[in-house]
Design a protein around this ligand. Sequence first.
Ligand code: PHE
Length: 442
Amino acid sequence: MTKILLNRVQYLPSSFIKLSFCRAPKSLPILQIKNKEYQADEISNVTPKILSYLNRNLHLQKDHPLSKVRQRIVNYFYSSFTHRGNPAFSVYDNLSPVVSTKQNFDDLLIPEDHPSRAKSDCYYVNSTTLLRAHMTAHQSELLKAGLENFLMIGDVYRRDEIDSTHFPVFHQVDAVRSQRKEHLFENHPGLEIFETTFDPETPHLCQNNIIDPVKQSCHTLEATKLMEAQLKNHLVGLVKVLFGDEIQHRWVEAYFPFTHPSWEMEIFYENKWMEVLGCGIVRNEILAASGPNNSIAYAFGIGLERIAMALYKIPDIRLMWSNDSGFLTQFQNKDLNANITYKPVSVYPQCTNDLSFWLPSTLTVDTFMSNDFYDLVRDIGGDVIEQVKLKDKFVHPKTKKQSLCYSIVYRHLERTLTQAEVNKIHKDIERAAQQVFGVQIR
Ligand code: PHE
């Protein structure tokens, strides 16, 4: 993996990150990200291409569809909850995406062996630092700062396949809403948030558990159900504001290590159920570790791309990253709540080339990491890569040599690519694959 990073760095210098090879032991580079230096180690897998997305801040770019959706969601929360005439939620939309593994995982009770920590799924800067994989990574620090109701909005990074709905960077709005007994049970002063067997003053002395699917053992059924009702009502209100009163939704039971119980909401869009958010009651261990030990909270996380793509009928997630005026002007000088339907400027043809290679004897068709290959393809091809599909796995019956074949679909969003141009990129990818993975092109 180290080799991959070094190789990539060599063939892809980027003006945004500065790498110096001289100071690091074992010639592992020092990564400079947003004016801070990080020593790369054997876990590092972030690429210059991915780091180049860090300063784009699409969610804050005026008139960008993601920024419009962000603003509509924030307005909904501002107008739904006020405290003495002021918005009850504070908004954090400029937190650095470079976080610690403690913030992204440990503070959220994500177990050491949880698959979401895998190197094949995250962009690690080094073994203790990564590009946040979700906005929930900031939940504990904001709770520790004494906040009770807040929104965290920003870009998140996950290694994934390549197609029209997946991109390694996307945006989320995450929220926490906490309530104390006096507030939650304003009209029912006889009711409690915590079971009498649980003392919130000394949470470490009483075990909380999630054996019961309906609630955490520390919470009363009344508090959990009232929070669940408010949470669901709040989110149904949001999708109605965004998509209109007719939008159909359904709740699906879910599991997140940091909430219990947990749900996902799906909306019925273009004849399919589409998941738009995850939510639940915050695990009391998190609240207790971060300060407030007398409240109950709910949390949720919403993906902005899916909502923007559905609202504005944007057919390809890569368009979000387009600097082309043909895309951006369609969202300019329009009322925030106006109905906008994206019109493709024109559709340019795609071009598919296959790439087959023999694996080195150290790898098998099952141990070769497709996500590593996808990142390499994206590094070389950039945004003209529309899709990469694994087409075939082959083991030679006699020699037992193993080979893989990927189809790479090329398409420029703003013009027609020539075959010669595509062939050149394809050759570069072949060369890089040989160099980085030691494969032999067939
Ligand atoms: N962080 C979760 C995700 O990225 C979403 C979530 C946020 C779920 C808060 C529950 C509570 O999928």
